[in-house]
Design a protein around this ligand. Sequence first.
Ligand code: NAD
Ligand code: TDX
Length: 339
Amino acid sequence: MTIIVTGGAGFIGSNFIFHILKEYPDYRIVCLDKLTYAGNLSTLAPVMDNPNFRFVKADICDREAVNKLFEEEHPDIVVNFAAESHVDRSIEDPGIFLQTNIMGTATLMDACRKYGIQRYHQVSTDEVYGDLPLDRPDLFFTEETPIHTSSPYSSSKAAADLLVLAYHRTYGLPVTISRCSNNYGPYHFPEKLIPLMIANALADKPLPVYGEGLNVRDWLYVEDHCKAIDLIIHKGRVGEVYNVGGHNEKQNIEIVKIICKELGKPESLITHVGDRKGHDMRYAIDPTKIHNELGWLPETKFEDGIKKTIQWYLDNREWWETIISGEYQNYYEKMYGNR
Ligand code: NAD
Ligand code: TDX
């Protein structure tokens, strides 16, 4: 079995590659990644010498490069993680989100049609459903919840999902889609809430909470997400969407306070800053379908997952300090000034 994993030098894709190489020692994994600001080849260092692994630097929008790779590798499965993934960046500059997230998805699927494939899997997000009100804790996103996006990022992911379903209906492409809630864990890029707060707290820098910090996210340990995708690509029904969530809702301010407590840092570091434009209030996934059909359940309790994550950032300072000292610093200063 040969799997092309796009975006494998990023957060979730790299964790997925480690998971598959460990669980399926006879599989071949080919990682296709453009190495944008969010892609980091050093993340893949542990598998670079594995004979079952190959890294190819290319853009998923580059039709020639994508076709060449399909001709060389004859993949059985494509799992598409490659995306521009940060909501705040999409608000600053939507263009590249439309290009990579929509055109890139179409380019990959065109290659799947041309060369034949057992499965094309699209890694999507709960953000395609928009948000839920804070005063209705009884409401959850199901696979039937209408698409109702808020940001250029989520709109680009929703457009990609619609294309994936259209390629299934029109061309019979064997597709699946997973829509997952917020992931956390090792190799999470330090522009995102949890690693940003860990890095800032360790440096005794202010912890920038948007607005009141009452927005709710449903946090899932990255390994549990990887296990869900593993099940879907092997056992999921073609043409189906599967919601993946942790049943672990937390307000942002709670998360930041937990990080302060775990690191022994004062809550006085918390600084309320201007709110994100169009900020979604609450995400909450109902994962009944993947549980009933594939037996998936989140295994990692948040209390354990956040401890493991913090410990990883303490043990791997070089990984994130290198990122923070480079290109990312320009973005950080633009967002938060010299705080
Ligand atoms: P990330 O930003 O950490 O990594 C994205 C990777 O894609 C990087 O390695 C980058 O170099 C690569 N990439 C970007 N543009 C590319 C292009 N044009 N061609 C080839 N490679 C390109 O993202 P992540 O958090 O790991 O998210 C992975 C996927 O999961 C995304 O599709 C995202 O929408 C989805 N998702 C993420 C979360 C989350 O909480 N992080 C939750 C649900 C869904
Ligand atoms: O500095 C910050 N302060 C803050 O209060 C940052 C970076 C974020 N926040 C808030 C905004 C959100 O309510 O924390 C929450 C989480 O923010 P992000 O880490 O940016 O994640 P989110 O916008 O929820 O999107 C994530 O989950 C869904 C991923 O980045 C997406 O790729 C995924 O689709």
